[in-house]
Design a protein around this ligand. Sequence first.
Ligand code: ADP
Ligand code: MG
Length: 437
Amino acid sequence: MPLRPPRVTEIRGKRVLVRVDFNVPLKTVKTRSGQEVQRVADDQRLRNSLETLNFLQENEVKIILISHLGRPEGKVHPQESLYPVAQYLQRKMGLNCQFAEDCVGEKAKQAITKLQNGEILLLENLRFHPGEESNDPHFAAELAKFADVYINEAFSASHRTHASIVGVSQLLPSFAGFALSFEVKMLRTLLEKTEHPFVVVMGGAKIDDKVATLKNLARLADMVLIGGGLANSFLKAGGIETHRSFIGENPEKTLALARSILQAHKTERSVLPLKEKVGNQTHTTELPFPKIVLPIDVLAAKNKTIDQKKDLQTISLLHDAKDRPDDIDLQYFDLGPQSTQLYCYILRQAKTIFWNGPMGVFENPLFAQGSKKIARCIADRGKHRAITICGGGETGELVNTLGLRDRFSHVSTAGGAALEFLGGSELPGISALEKNT
Ligand code: ADP
Ligand code: MG
């Protein structure tokens, strides 16, 4: 069954339990009286659930929100209380939100009894109870008994077989939140309804987390452009000198994986049009490209904290090692200008693009050019009706700082869950909804 948000008739006047992902970063601040308190440092995840919350409020629903925060591992850990989130929803987002100091038991029950239609109650951190992560059926039943309907609005936690994600969904009529539905729709577009050419751009540093995704997407895509720390592994696996560049936490394993991916696609080619103007006429020929494309030049330095352009070197990787500097202390930190141009040329032919992971150590402005240009190039494809999706913590941060968020078809904030989904895994939370809807 397709998963979908509830219709008005399915929720009006009811008690609705909404699993959200309010696992937001907190910061400690000092109040005027000198007391140290926790405050929400970034509200992106809260805003993700707004469409669902507004819909429920408009329809006179008693809204009971459940979430995890951090990793308290089944014990009450006041530093990981959701109370600052309830305060934020009330004070900064103008929502009529109350808070209960426990997510099950008497305190929760009393707070729910007092709840009026259209009001919101946030229950304390689910992970203060061990039953959440162990998907304990009794804990799931305790949560389910507070409500008539369940909504999962936490795609980013849906790769976990936890009580609030799977257990509760087996006990109540269950629906998808608007953001979750959209996320699944967009990610499925990449996997199932892809318009070609489909180009994947992968970079970043968390290589081991991305291997399954990369393997699956490499199978589906026409071309895969590799950048960032990931590029170093692929370059080295392909026999190119990378000096002291970052290869991954476990270089031997990473290199073996990179080698196997290169090997698997060794014989595949994509052709891209090359337009040539001769006199008044434009001729188009087709150029063959390997499926997995690696940088042809890089920006290198002795360390990533340099702040002078003179400490930066552009290294061409087109020739064999003899032509390159033999400085063993060098590390590769960004795409070089030729690679950036090549990648943008390829991206301009794409109808579907998925991007995960920065192209360089963008935190240092000297190594941010590759990531910025690729981000702008992908955003521009939106004007040509290409589907453009990006995901990942740092990638999303980059897109936000460049003010490009609205120019992407979708910016996923779902991290590991999105990568698992794109890696071809069934997410337990999504399967549970599909069985139920
Ligand atoms: P995301 O969160 O978008 O999935 P990752 O967490 O995998 O991305 O990686 C982001 C990090 O990768 C950034 O902090 C960046 O500094 C680092 N990085 C990118 N390129 C390189 C490189 N060539 N060498 C070392 N680190 C890199
Ligand atoms: Mg990251």
